[in-house]
Ligand binder design. Structure first.
Ligand code: 5RP
Length: 222
């Protein structure tokens, strides 16, 4: 199986997993990225069974709409019963690094409003310790150099993601060379730097369920 086959398989497993939640009033939280895109394409086959979706990025909103799925504003919805999204890395405690697609801020907001977070990922995303994947940090543009200097003090090597503007009009610094033994602590520390909008550690609010796709099929972790 290719990595893309595995992504499609976990997306299909997620649709099965949320079957009971697809009711006429239900609004589903939907993530961003190639794995989430497979989920959107499959969710579209059930679009008559639920009310609509909340999107974690403009790209996801466009894809949902292209399938005829209503996209609602989070402020009008409140909480969502479930949020389905991929990850760049996930550990055994279902803590993640996210934001490879630069959508981390809206992803973290929708995840915060979700009663259940289902992470869908191929086996390459599963790690012992987070940090092999560079940690995305979304910053207010004028604070870019300041935040980069603060990251260096924390032992993280920042690299400016040139040419990328987030959906919120901000910039991304990718943090290299640091394994995160205390992801919750580092998530809090990074959030405390003036000019940081969001960092890509999803540790204080980890996933509730991981559907991990490997050659022997999809395994469900909680
Ligand atoms: C986007 C994300 C994605 O979930 C993450 O990058 C995984 O992407 P993919 O499913 O394409 O591997 O956090 O900001």
């Amino acid at each position: 199986m290719t990595q893309d086959d595995l992504k499609r398989a976990v997306a299909a497993a997620a649709l099965d997993d949320i079957d009971a939640l697809l009711t006429p009033d239900a609004v589903i939280g939907v993530g961003t990225g190639s794995t989430a895109n497979h989920f959107i394409d499959l969710l579209a086959t059930r679009r008559q069974d639920f009310r609509g979706a909340v999107a974690s990025s403009e790209a996801t909103a466009e894809r949902l709409k292209s399938h005829g799925i209503d996209v609602l504003e989070l402020n009008h919805v409140g909480t969502v019963p479930v949020y389905i999204d991929g990850a760049d890395e996930i550990d055994r405690q279902l803590r993640m690094i996210k934001g490879g697609g630069a959508a981390l801020t809206r992803e973290k907001i929708v995840a915060a409003c979700a009663e259940r977070f289902i992470c869908i990922a191929d086996a390459s995303k599963s790690v012992e310790t987070l940090g092999g994947f560079p940690l995305p940090v979304e910053v207010i543009p004028m604070a870019r150099s300041y935040v980069a200097r603060e990251m260096v003090k924390l032992g993280i090597t920042p690299v400016y993601r040139d040419g990328v503007l987030t959906d919120n009009g901000n910039r991304i610094l990718d943090g290299y060379d640091k394994l995160f033994d205390d992801p919750e602590g580092m998530e809090t520390t990074l959030d405390g730097i003036v000019g940081v909008v969001t960092n890509g550690l999803f540790a204080r609010r980890p996933a509730d369920v991981l559907l991990l796709g490997g050659d022997s099929g999809v395994t469900r972790f909680t």
